[in-house]
Design a binder for this molecule. Structure first.
Ligand SMILES: [Zn+2]
Length: 207
């Protein structure tokens, strides 16, 4: 009597790529089994087998992985007939990494870990943007009294607006030009003269 070769042996893995189940079946059996076992994926290990061969191979695979590490309940009979000839492959897709590969930490973890460093970097860039504005003022003097102490010079009016804008803008030349355009709409004055201007005290520019 001819043997019916419609059986296959399959195995299933979890989301970490760990093989959790070995089975034998026909037709759509593997998919039903995958659902039952809560598997992430599965593959047919060997197809076109008669039932006896499939059972034997199933048992061999269960023996190979060890019943204790699988979700299988029954070890069946064990034989060594196929395992050495066709060792099962490890499977890994993008979502389902092969065994032994530690998944990369999530971006969020990375951010948490380096949050302080990143913040420092941002603060440093901001300071640099403040420095260039002060460098710009270094050779300037008050429009009214000639005061040249950089730290006492302001843009009148809109000093706060310009400094805020400068901090928000990058350091690239074309971005600086946008700040310089705004500066052109102002006068550079010292804080004393600024106070006088705010209080409507008449000032005349130095020659
Ligand atoms: Zn002045």
């Amino acid at each position: 009597m001819a043997r019916i070769a419609g059986h296959y042996v399959y195995y299933l893995w979890d989301k970490n790529g760990v093989i959790i189940y070995v089975g034998k079946g026909q037709k759509q059996r593997m998919w039903g089994s995958a659902k039952e076992q809560g598997a992430f994926g599965g593959v047919i290990y060997k197809r076109n087998l008669d039932e006896q061969t499939a059972l034997s191979m199933e048992a061999t695979l269960i023996d190979h992985y060890g019943i204790d590490t699988l979700q299988n309940i029954k070890p069946n009979g064990a034989s060594k007939m196929f395992i050495d000839k066709c060792p099962p492959k490890q499977h890994g897709t993008r979502k389902n990494k092969p065994l032994g590969i530690v998944p990369k930490p999530l971006r969020k973890d990375h951010y948490e870990k380096y949050k302080e460093v990143l913040k420092q970097g941002v603060a440093k860039a901001r300071r640099k943007r403040e420095i260039w504005l002060n460098e710009y003022l270094a050779d300037k003097h008050c429009h009214y009294c000639g005061e040249s102490e950089t730290c006492s010079l302001v843009f009148y009016p809109n000093d706060q607006e310009i400094r805020k804008f400068s901090k928000e803008t990058g350091l690239r030349k074309e971005l600086r030009l946008r700040v310089l355009e705004k500066i052109r709409e102002t006068k550079i004055v010292c804080m004393n003269c600024e106070a006088k201007k705010i209080n409507d005290i008449e000032l005349s520019p130095i020659l």
